[in-house]
Every structure is written in structure tokens, then in C-alpha cells.
Design a protein around this ligand. Sequence first.
Ligand SMILES: [Zn+2]
Ligand SMILES: [Zn+2]
Length: 422
Amino acid sequence: MCSSDHAHHWMLCPQCDLMTQLPTITPGSKANCPRCHTTLVANWVEPRKRPTGYALAALFMLLLANLFPFINMHVSGLSSEITLMAIPQVMVSEDYASLATLFLLFVQGVPAFCMVAILLLVNQVRLPDPLRRGIARVLFQLKSWGMAEIFMAGVLVSFVKLMAYGDIGVGTSFIPWCLFCIMQLRAFQCVDRRWVWNTVAPLPNLPAKPIAGISGLKQEMRSCRCCTAILPAGQYYCPRCGTGGHARRKHSLQWTLALLITSLVLYIPANILPIMITEALGTKLSSNIMAGVILLWSDGSYPVALVIFIASIMVPSLKMIAIAWLCWDARGYGRRDSEKMHVIYEVVEFVGRWSMIDVFVIAVLSALVRMGQLMNIYPAIGALLFAVVVILTMFAAMTFDPRLTWDRVRENSLKEPSVDGK
Ligand SMILES: [Zn+2]
Ligand SMILES: [Zn+2]
């Protein structure tokens, strides 16, 4: 058995840095890290056909969703109908080109690019080598920036908000958009990072004989955060994907804290300044996030008030506290319960982007509610600040190196990864 072949059997957990010997994984099952239970490798049935099918379907649905009217509204004889693209257009006309850009990128651009990337990589389309590596590198980095499903949730919340004012209807492109959201999620789910990289370039040889159950750091090895190759701890560039890195992210805590403090500073005006302006029968009313929640609650739409309260107020605040706590723990304070801190980290990583919901609600409302003299809704500066806060906290969570949480744990005898079927 040559050394490169040998490398296929070993993996450092990207979350907790535990060296693990991978068992043979039957198609349709996956191997989890014995310590932090992160999925290490998934062996999908039909690894080419399934993502190709989902990605093609998603792209087709996205095309359909952009061709026809998306949603409409009727209020006492007046009606308004918008397409998906009308949303960024209205934003630009209201001098919020920044919000329009975020919308186009997160809701349409990133998911569409990822689908094309999946098609190219999974089907091994002939591409120049650097281009193929580049696409594989950005594909997994962009994953958390695709927010099609969050926009969908934002549309549903807008419906409930507007139901009190008039009749809301869905257009021809609404169903294709829903299908697009589901298909693009499924396409991503069926692509295994390690499998993709094995088709792009072979694994480099192992730097030394690995010992299972001990962290990579103690064996002077590090995991490439992009392609999961095992490299010598001191080697900066990964020979397979070209990504630079260290055994632990350099200045991870400093970066995380700097981003966290910046977002905290912006979070205060984001909550005080108005996020949208409602103009009804000539009178202008500006409202901030909390005022919106109170209004919904007093109108009796308790579930929506709760959704907005949780997504826009509770999640960002708790997320900031959680990130600060993770940094504090990683510095060596506290009880050092790594498993608990790991759960907190995973929750922070997962829920962070959902706070964008309110920004999307404002985008939909200000595009749809154009009723001339009767009622108009405009975005306001608070919405932009809030979007920036969400983006900064996402970056703060990304710069945090989860392996720091596990560095003080005494390694136990866990050596066999658990394998379970899907
Ligand atoms: Zn792990
Ligand atoms: Zn690499």
C-alpha cells in the first residue's frame, strides 16, 4: 500500500482536531467523530447523479422564479404586483444600493453560483486545474452565505404582516421559488467535501505515522481547513488546494473579539434607529425593530411577533454573548466543559444567518407596498446597520477556531469513529 493510499484512511476532525482512522464506509452511511460527533465523511449513494439532478432542477426553478410575478397585494381597489427582481430595483431607487447588493448576492447570486459549481465539480467537467481548485475552494466557503430559504421565511412573515391591510396573493413564480429553496439545500446536502476534493486532486502523503485518539497538534500535524488533507503542522500552504493555514488559526480570538466588539457597537444604533418608514394617508411613521414586534403583538399576530422577536432581538444578543463566552472559555477560564462549548459553537454557527429574516421582510414590504396615496413602505438606515451586524457576527463565528475549545481535554481511549446509516 503506497503512502497516498494510506492517507485515505486517516482524518483529523475539523472541529476538535482528533486523529481518527476511518473505517470502510458503505454507500449510504457516514462516519462521525468519536469525540465531538461532527460528520467526518459521508459516502453518498450515487454521488454524481443525485447532486446533478438537484442542482439542475434548482437552476431551472430559479429561472422560472425570475420570469413571472412573485407576489401581489390588493387594498381597496388598488393593487400591486412584484417580480423577484423588483425587490433590488426598489432598493436602488430608494438609495439603498447596499441592501440591493446584499439581496442579489445572498438570495440569488451565491445559491446560483454554488449550483453551477456543484454541477462542474461533481461531473468532473474539463477545466484548467487552478480554476477547478478555485471553484472547489469557494464552494464550501460560500455555503453559509446562501440565504434563499431565509428569504422564503421572510416572505412568509411579510404575508402575515400585510394580512391586516389587504389581500395578499402569490404569483406564478412563487411555487418555483419554494422548489428552488428545497432543491438547492438538497444539492448541497448530497455533496461530501472530502469526496469532491478526492476527485479534484489526490491526497498528499502523510507526514508521519498517525496515532488515533490524539489531537493533530500533539503529533505535529494539522488538518487543511479547506480540503481536509493532513499536513505537517509547520507547513503553511496545502499542496492539494493551495489554502494557507496554521495548526491553529493565527490570532483567532483577537479577530473574533474585534469583530464582536464592532458588531456590538453597531448593534446599539441598529436597534434604536428606524428600520422602516410606513407612510399611510400622508402621515409618516418610522419604526425600529422593537416597535415592530410590539405592533405585531398588539395586533394579535403572536406567532409572527415571536418569530421576529426571536430572530431579530434574541438570536443576535444571545449569539454575541455565546461568542464572547466561547472566547473566554478558549482562553482557559471557566469550567472547560468542551462538549457543552461545542454544542454552543454549533448552535451559533447554525442560527446566525437566520437573523437576516427581518432585513428580507423589509425588502419585501418596501417593494410590495407601493399604493400611491394610500400606503407606502420605505427601508430606513436601521435595516442596513442590522444587516451589517448580522454579517459581522457571522464573520466573528467563522474566525473562531473551534479546536481551541478542545485543546485542554485529556485524550481518552476513543479511537473508533461511529458509523451510522442515513
Ligand atoms: Zn471531532
Ligand atoms: Zn488543502
